[in-house]
Design a protein around this ligand. Sequence first.
Ligand code: FAD
Length: 404
Amino acid sequence: MAKNRYDAIVVGARCAGSPTAMLLARRGYQVLVVDRATFPSDTISTHLVHPPGVAALQRWGLLDRLVATGCPPIHTYAFDFGPFTISGAPGLADAPVAYGPRRTVLDKLLVDAASEAGAEVREGFSVEDVVIEDGRVAGIRGHGKDGRTVAEHAQVVIGADGRHSLVARAVTPEQYHDKPPMLAGYYTYWSGLPMDGRFETYIRPDRAFAAWSTHDDLTLVVGGWPYAEFDANKTDIEGNYLKMLELAPPFADRIRAATREARFVGTAVSNFFRRPFGPGWALVGDAGYNKDFITAQGIQDAFRDAELCATALDQTFSGARSFDAAMGTYQSTRDEQVLPMYEFTCEIAMLEPPPPELQQLLGAVHGTQEAMDGFARVNAGVTSPAEFFSEENVGRIMSHAAAP
Ligand SMILES: Cc1cc2nc3c(=O)[nH]c(=O)nc-3n(C[C@H](O)[C@H](O)[C@H](O)COP(=O)(O)OP(=O)(O)OC[C@H]3O[C@@H](n4cnc5c(N)ncnc54)[C@H](O)[C@@H]3O)c2cc1C
């Protein structure tokens, strides 16, 4: 078999892998993307796609396809802290709404787009190992449904294989900003629970839960408790989940009028960054950067990685920049863009009551629609927490609230 049959091999074909393959194929590169899953298929993940993720779909020409699936748009984010609710618009004029597409629908749409762009897609193909030659990753070894092991070679192997990434395990990249799991979360789907375009989240001591609409007139309700309760609460997930919803009695009344349509699914994840490149390899999506799901950033982060990594590899393949320089830019841009949100996410995932200064600020945010929109945009990943919680912006919000 000829060596380097492909420019890139992408392992994993969901939110990170398929867009990376699609963007490289659209630039004319030979790309193979493999996944042990077949599509459409589900995965353990809720699926709020904030406006920046929606904007990426729009840039790629895929938003119309998503809209055509009948997924309802979400125009308002409401954060119920008990004494008050901060309710605002999560997006900006060019991408005003979020969507909550089922992963069965979203991931299939992305896989198809990669294939249409010219990438070779092999579903039901499990990668067993990466091929290492002369000290660098040179390909993959794995098997399809017939069980026969084959090897494929490429200039770069891209691990888009999720937080338990086999590619990452093989290349043992530097890992940094590690934090242990903080939250255990469970979700299921309900019919008869209309949301009217609202993403609602309820923040209570040691508990948080959220609800939003998805396909088929269903509403996803996800909630969590501290990781310290993970084992104990496993014995009665439904009971603990319903007890949590009782912390917001009007919402619990709505649940009593609704019907549960699926089993409970849940997990807890650890938090880390990995160096996303090295000789012959790259990482995108959860394989390179994972964080608690409480702020629902993973899908749009995967989309961002796909664009940054595909751009860097294009620069490398075309000879415009060295691999190390281009991929170094990918890493530094990723880290710079996501680090404030990472810290914010990890803080929220602790489910501790906000400290007094933050409580005061949230009370002041509640005072004006502009500040509430700003808060919604932070949670959507549109505005960086660093910007929103800057001294200048906090001063502006507080003085507005103090004004007669
Ligand atoms: C409970 C939970 C709730 C979440 N809720 C949200 C949310 O509301 N919004 C949001 O934006 N994000 C959410 N996330 C995060 C989101 O799921 C991830 O960030 C996103 O799926 C990352 O996409 P990915 O393509 O990097 O990895 P994945 O979606 O994990 O895909 C990896 C793919 O790699 C394949 N693969 C792995 N190993 C191999 C192998 N050896 N051979 C072949 N194929 C392989 C797998 O089959 C899989 O299809 C949530 C996560 C969890 C756990």
